[in-house]
Design a binder for this molecule. Structure first.
Ligand code: VGL
Ligand code: ZN
Length: 225
């Protein structure tokens, strides 16, 4: 079945930033490969929101903020267990900039997250304390959006938490599998998919949207001759 996203659908492009691509502070294997896929995908959507991981220097999710801790170890913060990351996506740095080849001029909103020093935020909707909203739910609801499609980096962290919180907020949610790449530490990718599927998150491939949009666009053309 082919589909074209309607006016009540939005694409959320999660954290396609230098920091998660080759050479970045928290490089995701093959992360930059999502860029052309997402550029094509985004063209099929009227509504696009971008997110940026946007940490102050010395953020508590950085291993460097905890004496004796190494990246990818965990610690306990006020709200519970926290994976400790290499320094990444510090506000205003090149590491935090969107990937230079990301080409979505019609994106309407860039939402930044993770800017409270003591609170991480994988999700574009809710910070890791579970009680500090980013405002994205209200923005989408006020714009009449009922369905969200999620893609970007990384599948098992910011994409998954964003998809799960979108479901919790009552949106229909689909993750575009080939428009994501994962960190995949300690089985995190399989666990994330298990949680997403259990929560009713749908899975699609970008061709299901981009080829259908092309077909519809062609069908809309007046016949020549
Ligand atoms: C992310 C870990 C830390 C992500 C962000 O974008 O998935 N992961 N900060
Ligand atoms: Zn981060």
């Amino acid at each position: 079945m082919v589909m074209k996203p309607d006016a009540h659908s939005a694409l959320i492009v999660v954290d396609v930033q230098n920091g998660f691509c080759n050479g970045g502070g928290l490089a995701v294997a093959d992360g930059e490969a999502v860029v052309p896929v997402i550029n094509a995908l985004a063209a099929a959507f009227d509504n696009v929101v971008l997110t940026q991981d946007w940490h102050p220097a010395g953020h508590l999710s950085f291993a460097s903020s905890h004496a004796g801790k190494q990246p990818f170890e965990t610690t306990t913060l006020a709200y519970g267990e926290q994976v400790l990351w290499p320094d990444h996506c510090v506000q205003g740095t090149q590491d935090a900039a969107l990937h230079p080849d990301l080409a979505i001029p019609h994106a309407q909103l860039i939402i930044r997250k993770g800017y409270h020093r003591e609170i991480d935020s994988y999700s574009a909707f809710m910070e890791a304390d579970g009680q500090t909203p980013t405002g994205l739910t209200g923005y989408l609801q006020l714009r009449g959006i009922t369905g969200v499609y999620v893609c970007g980096l990384a599948t098992d962290f910011c994409v998954a938490y964003t998809a799960l919180d979108a479901r919790a907020a009552g949106f229909e949610v689909t993750v575009i599998e080939d428009a994501c790449r994962a960190i995949d530490m300690n089985g995190s990718l399989a666990a994330a998919w298990q949680q997403m599927v259990a929560a009713g998150v749908g899975r699609m491939w970008s061709v299901d949207i981009t080829t259908s949009a092309d077909h519809l666009a062609q069908a809309d053309q007046p016949r020549s001759g």
